[in-house]
Design a protein around this ligand. Structure first.
Ligand code: SF4
Length: 468
């Protein structure tokens, strides 16, 4: 486990002028957020602009350097960061920089189909428990091996997407055409291998772009390539230990795991770079149907997400295969000590009046959005009780959802003045506190269903009928 950085250690090396240029009131507030990796050190402007602080800045950069190097990829308008990991297991702290997902197109695809795929990947989004999920990168493959054809393809792709780009070819002449086209941006070069590494290293230095080293299922070769690039003065390196589907999957997962363990637990500098997986390799299995290839690509992606991949290169952008991968990524990269929450308080659905039902739930985002989906077409009020992001059953068991908390929410929202009745529908899983809630609040508690999908029929039978 990596050593936790103390805010005091950071504070002692800051200018300590409390100038506020970082947006924080004091240097100590800034130090606390930097130590917790919520702010970047570069946001302390004087530290970087005034020569008197250079020594302190250098010391801070060493102190804060993550075990896995953080690398920035840039388009004209967007930046995607990869790597920057400090722990092996997310419960030790939290993972930073969610795995970047790159969707692939090729320079031999018909132009209309290729551009439609780029647009689909760029516009792809899915709303999940209050978060807008999206994809990150476009990977352009040179299937033609023709530098001019590749350049034309890169021009067309960069005209229709704001995503940073991965340039994919083992031919340095092809890659250089892509780099010339994207000058001023920061694409990822894929890839240097045993045959081409010297020319590729020269391109990485000339265009100041990060580069992938590739050695499928050969960690010794991967180390040799990494050392060779580092000797050339290149620091922004991404490691591709190969992604082998089917029988090769065990070796693939072992390689990813060994590299990340070496980086974090053994502080091995040669392993301390972001890892790149290519689940697209499932499409190289000749005998399979396209749906099977897409399904294999999807589960290989999820396995590599769990085994430390920082970038994934994927072919299929259909919702059924990409959504499970993106949802899994979201779950892995949420902060394990800070559940995803929504604001507590009052919500209204439809056009409720003084006779409409009042329900309550907790502010755990997954619970809230599930209930919201089930009641959004009703005319009702919903109180969201602050349970510190804990779900109903756990919150009742842990004393985070109590009769007093429900009463507090009733009082704070002023719901008493909005309805003429005094009935509140509780989640079925909070039945245990219904009696206490009636005593504490003076409201009648109708214990609703355990599954919010049953709320509508519950109200039909137990609320509206009673009213008539
Ligand atoms: Fe302190 Fe730097 Fe922030 Fe100024 S910008 S308050 S010196 S941390």
């Amino acid at each position: 486990m990596s050593k936790k950085i103390s805010p005091l250690d950071v504070f002692n090396l800051l200018p300590k002028t409390n100038c506020g240029e970082c947006g924080e009131d004091t240097c100590f507030a800034f130090a606390t957020k930097v130590a917790d990796r919520k702010l970047d050190l570069e946001q302390c402007i004087p530290l970087y602009q005034e020569s008197q602080y250079k020594e302190k800045k250098d010391k801070l950069e060493v102190l804060l350097r993550p075990a896995v190097r953080e690398i920035r990829l840039q388009s004209k308008e967007n930046e995607v960061r990869i790597g920057g990991k400090t722990v092996l297991y997310r419960h030790e702290f939290r993972y930073s920089n969610p795995t970047a997902i790159a969707i692939t197109v090729s320079d031999t695809m018909p132009e209309d189909i290729m551009l439609a795929k780029v647009k689909k990947a760029s516009d792809w989004e899915y709303r999940y428990i209050g978060m807008d999920l999206s994809l990150d990168l476009i990977a352009i493959r040179s299937s033609s091996n023709d530098p001019i054809k590749f350049r034309e393809c890169v021009v067309k792709v960069s005209d229709v997407t704001n995503m940073p780009i991965v340039l994919c070819s083992f031919n340095p002449e092809v890659i250089e055409q892509g780099l010339i086209t994207l000058k001023g941006q920061r694409p990822l070069i894929y890839a240097a291998n045993q045959e081409n590494w010297e020319e590729m290293a020269a391109l990485s230095k000339k265009y100041e772009c990060p580069i992938v080293v590739s050695a499928p299922n050969d960690l010794n070769q991967l180390r040799f390539l990494t050392v060779s690039l580092m000797k050339e003065g290149i620091d922004d390196i991404v490691l591709d230990p190969g992604t082998l589907p089917d029988e090769g999957l065990r070796d693939t997962l072992n390689n990813f795991t060994m590299l990340r363990r070496s980086a974090i637990q053994e502080k091995d500098d040669l392993s301390g770079f972001p890892l790149l997986g290519t689940p697209i390799s499932a499409w190289g299995l000749d005998e399979e149907e396209p749906e099977i290839k897409a399904w294999k690509e999807s589960y290989i992606s999820s396995m590599l997400l769990s085994r430390y991949a920082d970038v994934l290169i994927i072919n299929n952008v259909e919702m059924w295969s990409i959504l499970p991968v993106v949802i899994w990524r979201t779950n892995i990269y949420t902060d394990p000590v800070k559940p995803v929450t929504v604001e507590p308080g009052l919500r209204t659905f439809g056009t409720p009046d003084e006779h409409s039902p009042v329900l309550y739930t907790t502010n755990f985002a997954l619970t809230y959005y599930t209930v919201q989906e089930d009641v959004k077409d009703l005319d009702c009020y919903m109180l969201v009780v602050d349970t510190e992001g804990i779900s109903v059953e756990s919150a009742v068991a842990g004393g985070k959802l109590t009769a007093d908390k429900v009463k507090e929410t009733l009082d704070e929202t002023g719901i008493e003045d909005m309805v003429t009745h005094r009935k509140i529908v509780s989640p079925g899983l909070a039945a245990r506190i219904s009696g206490e809630t009636e005593i504490a609040s003076g409201w009648d508690v109708l214990v609703g269903p355990k599954d919010s999908a049953g709320v509508k029929s519950f109200l039909d039978k137990n609320f509206y009928q009673e009213r008539t």
